[in-house]
Design a protein around this ligand. Sequence first.
Ligand SMILES: Nc1nc2c(c(=O)[nH]1)N[C@H]1C(S)=C(S)[C@@H](COP(=O)(O)OP(=O)(O)OC[C@H]3O[C@@H](n4cnc5c(=O)[nH]c(N)nc54)[C@H](O)[C@@H]3O)O[C@H]1N2
Ligand SMILES: Nc1nc2c(c(=O)[nH]1)N[C@H]1C(S)=C(S)[C@@H](COP(=O)(O)OP(=O)(O)OC[C@H]3O[C@@H](n4cnc5c(=O)[nH]c(N)nc54)[C@H](O)[C@@H]3O)O[C@H]1N2
Ligand code: SF4
Ligand SMILES: [Mo]
Length: 730
Amino acid sequence: MATMQRKHASACILCDSNCGILITLDGSKFAKIQGHKAHPTSEGYTCQKALRLDHYQNHADRLTHPLKRKPDGSFEKISWEQAISEIAAKLIEIRDTHSGRALAYYGGGGQGNHMQGGLHGGFLRKAMGTRFAYSALAQEKTGGFWLAGKMYGRQDSHVTADQIEHADYVLFLGTNPWQSHGFPRARITLKAIASDPNRTMVVVDPRRTKTAEMADIHMAVRPGQDAFLMAALIGVLVQEDLVDHEFLDRRTTGAQDVMQAFAEIPVEVYADRAGIEIEVVRKVARGLSAAKSAVIRHDLGFEQSLHSTLNIYLEYLTPLMTGHFGREGTNVFHYLLAPLITHSEAGADGDYEWRTAVTGMMPIAGLYPPNILPREIDSDHPDRLRGLIVDSGNILNSTADTTALEAAVKKLELMVTIDVAMTETARLSHYVLPASSQFEKWEASFFNFGFPRLSLQVRQPIVPATGETLPESEIYRRLVTAMGEKTMAPIPEKKFAGLLDDQARLALAPLYMLVRRYATTQSAAVARAGVIAESGETPGDALFRKIITSPSGTDLSVHEMEDMWALVRHADGRIRLVVPEMLQELKELADELKQPITPAGFPLVLMAGERRSYNANQIYRSPHWRKTEQEGGLRIHPEDAKKYNLTDGVTAVCESKRAGIDVVIEYDESAQPGFVSLPHGYGMQYPDEQTGERRVFGPRINMLTASEDCDPLAKTPYHKFVPVRLLAKQ
Ligand SMILES: Nc1nc2c(c(=O)[nH]1)N[C@H]1C(S)=C(S)[C@@H](COP(=O)(O)OP(=O)(O)OC[C@H]3O[C@@H](n4cnc5c(=O)[nH]c(N)nc54)[C@H](O)[C@@H]3O)O[C@H]1N2
Ligand SMILES: Nc1nc2c(c(=O)[nH]1)N[C@H]1C(S)=C(S)[C@@H](COP(=O)(O)OP(=O)(O)OC[C@H]3O[C@@H](n4cnc5c(=O)[nH]c(N)nc54)[C@H](O)[C@@H]3O)O[C@H]1N2
Ligand code: SF4
Ligand SMILES: [Mo]
């Protein structure tokens, strides 16, 4: 049948690579999924996870109607009219009684859906009168954004590792790109580096991951001790004078002060604390300094562990000290089409207008950290949070301290969840609004981090909307209108005639605005991407037409390498190396040397949330998507397991200071003794195939984490450093 054969261009929505895919439909079922060669960044590449996307589109927990929670906790179907008018009335009541500061918003786009949620959600936040935008990004990246503000002049001057495929020397810090990706065509790029004798790969990770196995040098750091390792690494660069003085003179300020701070670092002692031989640290420092080009990339192992922000500061210093910045094959800034993040500036009085009421947290890049949510809600403070809108987040599983958050959200006067599925978070909400899936609506992700080539894919709907679901742009339009506030005007009918339906005209309206602005501010780079205006057409309209007529994605701009320096936003155009708060924390590291790594009674460090072959955040709910790894076991070195009399496959209790949960023991030689791991992306409820009863599949890891265990500055959680003990199950 012809319809069976048609391949629809779309994208994988499971991680920030957003690989291009072709989907062959059989009715509404995704019969076949393959990589799409025409996609500008993935070029046909996918990993195994994308091929199972039917389990996202079609499963038992898909939402089909608006729901309202009854006092007994069950839900009744209600009409859209009732849902919108009741929610709007309650939002107005809270806003007008307590001010918009009593309202907060979480999410606005997970891994693939920033257009409908992120851009349109802004109109609802405005109507709510709030700037309290909580985000998963503030569980990981905000320490880095804060540093970008200090060092580069703006928190949204973002550095990318996308030049990795051209780098001679690659340093991976607390990341396992074989599983997590994080740059285009990750496995192909990793294999290319590993098989080239002239290129070097260094991995800093307590586990011998697949990426570490491929590396030339694996530094099996002691968990949570990266700040010591990085301090020793920069210490060696300074003490052996492996520093690129010419680069520092030309591009930075503060080099002398920073070099002085590192001249004093006892490199042997710090390397030893990190569990790495000093000769290995010296070898890496020398290799990095001598390399033609180098890219350094960190991820959650650095961000979600002890000294999170300091780790990232030390990482940011490394390419600068060695002059590997702003060239082909090095770390570079990139332009952003859409404001995935912004810059939060203190006011004239030096303070932030929008500090949170209870914990006094400042915004970073416009975002607030989920770790403070329980306290901001569960408080007697007159200005506590009373209403919360959640879009694209399963915070009852993905935020630290499930128990504290569960108790807190029960005190909200209004909680609304907008999702495609009946999640743990939806179950605790007063109202649940069903969104059309990412294959049922116009959508785009703004994880486009390319430089010098920036591209974008706007995806078209390929299957009809399920039940009464609506795209978020329509949900927000209705809510904002019902609140009597201004909403987005759709793209006028006379524009792009024949190319857009009514749904697209609304959904794409804010993007159209951004594209027109981008075409003006980046006109030369946009022209280089081959954007050709038809007669009478503006460059903005020409670029937008290119986007909507390229369903598999297209280039927006092609920059000159030098353009990058415009993103250093200090008036003198120089990067600031000195960040006083960080140099102070660096000094204080010395005091920690005397302390044991874990507190008494909790001998093991648990990494709560490892990326594995069959997890994908909270996006896949159905456990049937997994070909292997059904249990989501606790990986432990066999020697460690024997110490606690635990054998492979048995169920044990993993206990943190917060709680104990059942885990299935999985022997794993790649784990460092003393370090155990549980996967991210499990712990969802789903009907059991045999009994039909709902049960939880795999570990609900944030039962074990505590809200207060986080970076003092950015409040990013220590998910990778949870002290635990293991007990045999009684
Ligand atoms: N398969 C899969 N891929 C994903 C996702 C997914 O859910 N599943 N999620 C996506 C998302 S949202 C993100 S943010 C990224 C995250 O991607 P990554 O950060 O790469 O993934 P993780 O496995 O969480 O952590 C990375 C590594 O940190 C190491 N680590 C743990 N503790 C420490 C430490 O103290 N020091 C150091 N140096 N390393 C440590 C772990 O052993 C692990 O190998 O992945 C994305 N990709
Ligand atoms: N302990 C521990 N906790 C962690 C981590 C860890 O490593 N360890 N990792 C953290 C990280 S890095 C991240 S990024 C977060 C991710 O955690 P969350 O912020 O919760 O994000 P996702 O899991 O991506 O959210 C997915 C939700 O979006 C819904 N969804 C999918 N498509 C759509 C759509 O089109 N519209 C709407 N409205 N909803 C949709 C899904 O059904 C799901 O409920 O988890 C964090 N939590
Ligand atoms: S790398 Fe990420 S976006 Fe690409 S197919 Fe795998 S999960 Fe999907
Ligand atoms: Mo993430």
